[in-house]
Write a protein that binds this ligand. Structure first.
Ligand SMILES: [Zn+2]
Length: 225
């Protein structure tokens, strides 16, 4: 069985989770590097979680909504064509099956039988490539990405809560990099990519982001504080 339908939103969720770990951990490490107190680092982490989850939700909602609008426009046009020129549409559907390798007679039979059962469904699937079961759902996309962001933004926050004061930055970084490696490997697994390479890529990217924000936090902490 193909898993691409499910893998679509699952991969989006994994990407959102990577994003959550990298941005929240970098934010907290940046604040920690300015020698801010624990409470300030915690507030930065929680604010980063909430802000990130909201912006993921809005971003997903907007992008999936425009995808859905395009699908609905296609479906609307198809409905009008089916009503106006049913015979031409039947021919068109049959030609699609001819292109896929059926002979004319069989293609016509297939087109007729599929049309008898669910004419619009057959045109959507075979002409427009829209599967009724996987129509874009903006609200679902919005809450899945917000929830996955929030779930993984918790990782660096938990790290702060358990870290001894002298080791806050390394503990936040370690927790975050381990979860990034796991997410990267899982994302690679979903996409059929080599696991180690996928894990390494996201881990190195995360480490770079944390190093840069730590340096900026330190500079600001020294010059402003
Ligand atoms: Zn059509």
């Amino acid at each position: 069985m193909h898993r691409s339908g499910r893998a679509g939103w699952l991969r989006a969720a994994v990407l959102g989770s990577d994003d959550a770990v990298v941005s929240t951990a970098s934010l907290m490490i940046g604040v920690a590097a300015s020698s801010a107190p624990r409470m300030a680092i915690l507030v930065a982490g929680v604010a980063g979680l909430v802000a990130g989850a909201m912006s993921m939700a809005v971003g997903e909602y907007v992008s999936v909504s425009s995808q859905r609008d395009a699908e609905q426009a296609d479906i609307g046009l198809e409905k009008r064509e089916l009503a106006a020129e049913p015979q031409a549409e039947l021919q068109e559907l049959a030609m699609i099956y001819v292109k896929r390798g059926l002979d004319h007679e069989l293609a016509m039979k297939v087109a007729e039988q599929l049309s008898a059962r669910d004419r619009l469904g057959a045109h959507m699937r075979d002409e427009l490539g829209i599967d009724q079961a996987s129509l874009s759902r903006p609200l679902q996309a919005a809450w899945i990405s917000a929830a996955s962001f929030a779930a993984f933004a918790v990782v660096p926050i938990v790290a702060l809560l358990v870290a001894p004061p002298a080791l806050r930055i390394p503990v936040i970084a370690a927790f975050s990099l381990v979860s990034l490696a796991a997410l990267g490997a899982y994302g690679g697994h979903l996409g059929g990519a080599p696991l180690v390479r996928a894990a390494l890529r996201v881990t190195l990217g995360g480490a770079l982001a944390m190093t840069i924000t730590a340096a900026i936090g330190r500079i600001l902490g020294v010059s402003v504080g």
